[in-house]
Design a protein around this ligand. Structure first.
Ligand SMILES: *Cc1c(COP(=O)(O)O)cnc(C)c1O
Length: 363
């Protein structure tokens, strides 16, 4: 294999460019998960996950298991839907579609509210659906990474509260950098991962569950992904299966760095500053946002491929200059590219990126 270029800056939506501290922490020790060192590490990380949004211990239960963000989504949906659940799944991108697919695979009754990719959620349609009283839960994506759209979590939660539905959230690309109101009475769970806004290494998925949602009668649809199987042992300082110990080590360090940098609010400000710096500079070169900035997250922005430039040309040029950008998904591949400003990105990195853009736009 070719030796990976350690100086490459990742502008894809996870995994992210790591800080030196997190990279070192990941390989800082060999750990047996049946020894006290791991117990302590696990307890501190689980406590740290609660602290990111000030969730009360006891009211909220953090459950972490080895896997990518999709494992967190699948664990949340397959574990927390009771046998008689009926899910409403508004979808406006890849990850909303994935939620519905997970429900289908596990034989969980659900209905999809289809929107165009990148489209605004139709709140009237969601309200009309919930008003029928047929839905026990709404499953929504907070930040739809397909296009960068930040869906209105608070408004959907309010509709859920009004109509007696519970809310399950895919917060994989927003946890740690966008506002999430864990005090909202309709919110039952958020699924997320270590390697996006938290700046850890890939391999650790987690779900923050309202304790009452976890303690209900929940059918066992999976051996590995069944959250109650993890929650009990983890609360008791144990673990049912071999954990991704290196990802736990890295997340411990990453959570400390997040706190030192001002928590999720500090991270949001930093992402926003970088995202707006890129947007303003690109607009100055004639590159238009695909989605308007006011509807976009602080985490990722989508842009229209400029006329006469293919994604591959743009990607390869920027890669040659030290940056990895991301293509549009599915039908958007021909018209869009995406830039995420997650990860350990310095001001001078952004200046180099924009200089590289300027060169290719001028040629
Ligand atoms: C990244 C992401 C996921 C999970 O993707 P994995 O490739 O499984 O880590 C899920 N939902 C959203 C919104 C994401 O951005």
């Amino acid at each position: 294999m070719t030796t990976p270029d350690a100086s490459l800056i990742l502008l894809n939506p996870g995994p992210v460019t790591l800080s030196a501290g997190v990279r070192e922490a990941a390989v800082s020790a060999d750990l047996c998960h049946r020894e006290p060192e791991f117990q302590e590490l696990q307890a501190e990380v689980l406590g740290g996950l609660l602290q990111v949004y000030g969730c009360a211990f006891g009211e909220w239960v953090p459950v972490a298991l080895g896997g990518s963000g999709t494992a967190a989504m699948e664990a949340m949906i397959s574990s927390l839907a009771p046998a008689d659940a009926r899910l409403l799944v508004p979808q406006n991108g890849v990850y909303g579609e994935r939620s519905a697919r997970i429900a289908a695979i596990h034989g969980i009754a659900h209905e999809v509210l289809d929107h165009a990719w990148g489209g605004e959620l139709d709140m009237d349609a969601i309200e009309r659906a919930l008003a029928t009283g047929r839905f026990s839960h709404v499953v929504m994506v907070h930040h739809e990474t397909t296009t960068g759209r930040l869906n209105p979590l608070e408004d959907v939660a309010d509709l859920c509260a009004r109509h007696g539905a519970r809310l399950l959230v895919d917060a994989v690309s927003s946890f740690g950098a966008e506002a999430i109101d864990f005090a909202h009475p309709a919110l039952d769970a958020c699924a997320a991962t270590s390697n996006k806004c938290l700046h850890g290494i890939p391999g650790l998925a987690f779900v923050l569950c309202r304790a009452t949602a976890l303690s209900g009668e929940l059918p066992e649809r999976s051996l590995y992904l069944h959250l109650p199987r993890w929650a009990g042992p983890q609360a008791a300082g144990s673990t049912p299966f071999t954990p991704a110990v290196n990802a736990w080590l890295a997340l411990h360090e990453a959570l400390g760095e997040l706190e030192a940098q001002g928590g999720w609010q500090g991270r949001r400000e930093r992402y926003l500053q970088l995202a707006e710096q890129v947007r303003a500079a690109l607009e100055g070169m004639g590159v238009e946002p695909w989605l308007d900035p006011a509807s976009s997250s602080c985490v990722l922005r989508s842009y229209r491929l400029p006329a006469g430039l293919t994604y591959n040309l743009l990607h390869d040029w920027l890669r040659h200059k030290g940056f990895v950008i991301y293509a549009g998904q599915g039908g958007l591949a021909g018209e869009m590219f995406r830039i995420s400003t997650m990860g350990e990105i310095g001001d001078s990195d952004m200046e180099r990126l924009l200089a590289a853009f300027k060169e290719i736009m001028a040629s």
